[in-house]
Design a protein around this ligand. Structure first.
Ligand SMILES: Cc1cc2nc3c(=O)[nH]c(=O)nc-3n(C[C@H](O)[C@H](O)[C@H](O)COP(=O)(O)OP(=O)(O)OC[C@H]3O[C@@H](n4cnc5c(N)ncnc54)[C@H](O)[C@@H]3O)c2cc1C
Ligand code: SF4
Length: 491
């Protein structure tokens, strides 16, 4: 182990939607910030439509949440957990949909942990993030692409609203559909090509990729720095700071807190999965649903629990490997000749992506050997929403003229809530300022904070909360950093 006298005002661990924004905002305001990221540092030049390479280099190796009991949810099998592992985190490989949480959802947060955050509290932070990323309504593909026309026909036929989504993609988006392999044009705004590069290239931010943080150092109830493995040299390094922000994503943040000895029984509990499922319809003519911005439109008619509890995104299919390995029919996962026949018709399938509301019954644990373990435990109300979503999307595709319907198993890219924020320490891991209830100067700054799963895509809310955290730290209000005396970001 090599020790070090290196010191920063703030260390941020993880560079995704949460960590990238906290680090960028603080660096921009003159704070000395070290950003540590387990994955590599890639740029648009590396992002080609090479599915297996992207899965290897930019994605965290795929993980699974296994059913916790033999109940009705067990029949659905494990849920596939997908996230990024590179500078920019999951924002590098995501589809850039940018939606605000509703009043209804923030009420759920308050009921869960007494957090007391309203839309009025969050709106100025949403506005700042939207301005920074250039969020706009996506109408480019609206009248152009055959697969979008097909989806519009189906939604209209069942009397449901399909509307263009809002996204952080600019007008250089060539609708190539390869967002999950990283954006080759930089039209898709990740934290990599915005908050991080802007400050790193300007010399304001110290960025260390390939740096896996193993523990937060804690002395006398205060975080004092971190220990990380420098993959380039194989050395273990210690770095010190006035405040440490953990933003490793909802699957890894709770693990890092546990490995650091933070004792709070809520760590790793109340994980939300926002389970997603593709429903595919086969059409007579080529649809080329892999050559359109995924996602360009959505239907939120059923988003409230009392209306069905699900949302549907359109139009998309994964690239050929992901598409083929995910296919299921009434006999379960497909194989053999029927699978080959379906894969051969790749250009004629149109996919709708369902996302069901869940009630945060999943979890993250370390087993007796210290290895990660993920569980899910969907209850009947959650299963009803998943099934209702599949029935609805089937109806839409059939109404549009699909001659065959297939679907995928459950997966998620929207894990949230394993270290939730709240005013009540018995129901939460961090307080309203995102600081650990047990350890001073230790903060959480990512999707783990969400007290309940959102029914909309979560990244804009993660970024808004991260902006709020950066503002809090920079103000010096908590006493962790010297007061800046600067005007607040938004308040
Ligand atoms: C394919 C896909 C599509 C999506 N589409 C959308 C969308 O359209 N709209 C939307 O709102 N959301 C979308 N999301 C979800 C959104 O991107 C995530 O919710 C969000 O990025 C999560 O932010 P985070 O900061 O919690 O974690 P991440 O963005 O995942 O970042 C965590 C980072 O921490 C790093 N890390 C983990 N452990 C350590 C460690 N010990 N030391 C150092 N670094 C570590 C990881 O490598 C990773 O880079 C999508 C996600 C995926 C995967
Ligand atoms: S569809 Fe647009 S945002 Fe997505 S990778 Fe292609 S150019 Fe980038």
């Amino acid at each position: 182990m090599s020790s070090s006298d290196e010191r920063f005002e703030v260390i941020v661990v993880g560079s995704g939607a949460g960590g990238g924004v906290v680090a960028g905002e603080l660096a921009e305001r003159g704070r000395s910030v070290l950003l540590l990221e387990a994955g590599g540092h890639y740029t648009a030049a590396d992002f080609t439509r090479w599915e297996s390479r992207a899965g290897h280099d930019f994605w965290w190796p795929i993980r699974f949440a296994f059913p916790a009991s033999d109940g009705p949810a067990a029949a659905l099998g494990p849920v596939t957990l997908i996230g990024g592992r590179c500078v920019g985190g999951s924002t590098v490989i995501n589809t850039k949909v940018a939606l605000r949480a509703s009043h209804r959802e923030l009420d759920k947060w308050h009921a869960a942990t007494g957090v007391g955050l309203t839309r009025e509290d969050l709106d100025p932070y949403y506005e700042r993030v939207e301005r920074y990323l250039g969020v706009r309504e996506r109408t480019d593909d609206w009248d152009l692409k055959p697969c979008v026309q097909t989806a519009k026909r189906g939604f209209a036929a069942v009397g449901a609203n399909l509307e263009p989504t809002r996204a952080y993609t600019d007008h250089n988006c060539m609708q190539c559909g390869s967002c999950l392999q990283g954006c080759p044009t930089n039209a898709g705004k990740s934290t990599l090509n915005t908050y991080i590069h802007r400050n790193w290239l300007g010399g304001h931010l110290t960025l260390r990729p390939n740096s896996l943080v193993r523990r937060v150092m804690i002395e006398n109830g205060e975080a004092t720095g971190v220990e990380y493995l420098d993959a380039a040299t194989g050395e273990t390094r210690l770095v010190h700071a006035d405040a440490v922000v953990v933003a490793c994503g909802s699957l890894s943040t709770p693990q890092l807190l546990m490995r650091s000895g933070v004792e709070n029984p809520n760590i790793g509990k109340h994980l939300g999965l926002h389970p997603a499922q593709f429903v595919f319809g086969l059409f007579d003519e080529p649809q080329d649903a892999h050559m359109v911005a995924p996602i360009s439109s959505h239907c939120f008619d059923f988003a409230a629990d009392e209306d069905g509890g699900f949302a549907v995104e359109a139009v998309t299919v994964q690239d050929p490997i992901g598409f083929t390995v995910s296919l299921c029919d009434e006999n379960g996962p497909m194989w053999g000749e029927p699978l080959v026949a379906a894969a051969r018709k790749y250009r004629r399938w149109v996919g709708l992506l369902n996302m069901a509301n869940d009630d945060n019954h999943a979890g993250v644990e370390l087993d007796e050997t210290g290895r990660e373990r993920f569980s899910c435990d969907f209850q009947p109300a959650e299963l009803d929403r998943i099934n209702a979503a599949r029935a609805f999307s089937t109806r839409v595709l059939e109404a549009a003229g699909a001659s065959q319907i297939l679907w995928s198993g459950l997966a998620t890219t929207h894990m949230q809530g394993s270290c939730r924020m709240g005013a009540d320490p018995s129901r939460s891991v961090v307080d309203r300022d995102c600081q650990s209830h047990e350890v001073a100067r230790l903060y959480v700054g990512d999707s783990s904070l969400h007290a309940r799963t959102l029914s909309v895509n979560p990244s804009l809310t993660i970024m808004a909360l991260a902006t709020r955290l950066a503002e809090h730290l920079d103000s010096g209000a908590g006493g962790q950093l010297r007061a800046s005396g600067r005007e607040q970001l938004v308040a």
